[in-house]
Design a protein around this ligand. Structure first.
Ligand code: ATP
Length: 481
């Protein structure tokens, strides 16, 4: 008898992740994300990514590059240094103005972002308040007028501004910036793009509009460290800066808003009800128009920023030109115009995308298992393109003949797909494990495989099984994946 022919069925599917604590421990137990430096008691607001976390993150990054670079003809890639000339951050305005407003609980000395406390208070009291870019003085007034306390019910200190740049020291001997060799870890990746605008223009000679895209780490001395990988002190950004003639601004702004929203829905498979645009009413100093795309993070209590689409005007190139003394303009051969290009940016946190994908895909289902019993499974219903493991290869038992056959199958597939070989525990447990990390296909090698040269392929979502000849597997998965 073919021991795999009894299939499982879903009877109910409804649960979603709602608590951040549950999310954190699930992500750790399943090898996606670990809190940093745990053996030393932890290190706040830093997380390490495990095997499945990295595979998933790489898949998101690859899909971003595919749509932002590969499928376009006007966007180029860059990988600039994390360290840049310290003047970069003076020119960009970060040394003077990259600040959050902080308050401290007078008793416990815990620190909070003042805007977050005020916003939470207003939400709790069913009132609305516009929290866009409030100054320390404005926040102080709101705290006093409403008698807002810390989450532990204690008095708060006067709000004060806190610079977010992470300072470092380097053996630089550059006399033009003589401030005890202070340097900064980059607070955003896009500054590296502005510094390379001239080299791209001189070497690749692109015509406007064109973009430069970069994925990399950014560092911020974030005050609050309570939101898992949503807000960390070290994170990855995927930013694209689109250099253009300001006369095309409106058309291009709409284009990028649509492109980015469509990517989230069609490529990452996020349901459109969980996404929305939010217009910035009050703009930061460099922006002339700005929208965020927000995702409904259930574990964070609602819609929160995922990506920014900003029209930064000519601020960045003008500033860097002023501080460096280099001409960073553009000569349009057709019109004979010379001008400083304006910049439109799309800026998204890779870690926030990863958090969204996990939240969106995480489901608990009540099922009837292969033995006909009621059971439960957690299944990560994400698009197969995103799945860390595409195919799991499972010999039904540890019999040497089955292991040998399963390894044969593994060798056929592992060069093309990220596969996993697993022979531990019962087949039911191994299915649960693969469901939980989002593996779209499990492939079981049983005793019949030894004679019919076929395997059972199980689909993650439907749990339906079909028998496929080993010689047909490559073609089968070419269609499926
Ligand atoms: P927030 O208002 O949440 O602090 P921001 O407006 O400062 O974010 P930007 O400077 O526009 O964010 O950065 C672009 C993107 O980088 C954000 O939309 C977010 O996805 C990501 N990002 C920013 N700060 C962090 C952080 N501390 N941890 C993880 N991702 C971040």
């Amino acid at each position: 008898m073919n021991q795999q022919n009894v299939t499982e069925t879903v009877s109910q599917s409804n649960s979603v992740l709602t608590s951040l604590e549950q999310f954190k421990s699930w992500a750790k137990e399943n090898g996606f994300i670990y809190p940093s430096s745990e053996i030393y008691g932890g290190f706040a607001a830093v997380y390490d990514y495990g095997h499945y976390g990295i595979l998933l993150k790489n898949n998101i990054q690859r899909l971003w590059e595919k749509s932002m670079v590969q499928e376009r003809e006007d966007v180029y890639l860059l990988d600039s240094g994390i360290f840049m000339h310290p003047k970069t951050w003076v020119a960009s305005g970060h040394v003077g103005g990259f600040e959050d407003v902080l308050v401290e609980d007078k008793k416990t000395h815990k620190r909070f972002r003042a805007d977050h406390l005020v916003e939470e208070w207003f939400e709790k009291h069913g009132k609305s308040v516009d929290m866009d870019k409030k100054t320390a003085a404005e926040l102080s007034e709101l705290i006093k007028a409403n008698n807002i306390k810390s989450p532990d019910g204690n008095e708060l200190t006067e709000p004060r501004s806190f610079n977010l740049l992470v300072k470092s020291n380097m053996g630089t001997t550059d006399a033009s910036f003589n401030n005890e060799n202070v340097t900064y870890l980059r607070g955003e990746t896009c500054q590296g793009i502005y510094l390379e605008y001239k080299n791209f223009r001189d070497t690749l000679r692109p015509k406007l509009p064109f973009g430069i895209a970069q994925v990399g780490k950014a560092f911020r001395n974030e005050i609050v460290a309570r939101q898992f990988i949503f807000r960390t002190r070290e994170f990855e950004q995927m930013e694209m800066q689109y250099f253009h003639n300001p006369k095309d601004k409106e058309k291009l702004f709409d284009m990028w808003k649509n492109e980015r929203m469509n990517w989230l829905v069609n490529v990452l498979g996020i349901s459109s009800e969980n996404l929305r645009f939010k217009k910035h009413e009050k703009l930061v100093f460099y922006a002339t128009a700005a929208f965020d795309i927000e995702y409904n993070f259930k574990t964070l209590g609602g819609f929160k920023e995922l990506e920014g689409i900003h029209d930064r005007g000519d601020y960045d190139l003008t500033q860097h030109s002023k501080f460096s003394g280099e001409k960073l303009d553009y000569f349009d051969q057709e019109s004979g115009e010379r001008f400083t290009p304006h910049i439109m940016e799309t800026s998204v946190g890779l870690n926030r995308l990863l958090m969204m994908v996990l939240e969106e895909g995480w489901v608990v289902e009540e099922i009837v298992n292969a033995k006909g019993e009621k059971d439960k499974r957690i299944v990560l219903k994400i698009k197969p393109e995103l799945s860390p493991i595409k195919i799991a290869i499972l010999p039904l038992s540890r019999k040497i003949e089955l292991q040998t056959k399963a390894k044969e199958v593994l060798n056929i597939l592992k060069g093309t797909y990220q596969t996993q070989y697993d022979e531990t525990a019962s087949i039911g447990k191994r299915y649960r494990r693969q469901d939980e990390i989002g593996t779209p296909y499990c492939l079981t090698v049983d005793f019949d495989s030894l004679t019919d040269n076929s395997v059972t392929v199980r689909d993650r979502d439907t749990m339906k099984q079909e028998r496929i000849e080993i010689s047909q597997l490559k073609d089968y998965f070419k269609l499926k994946l």
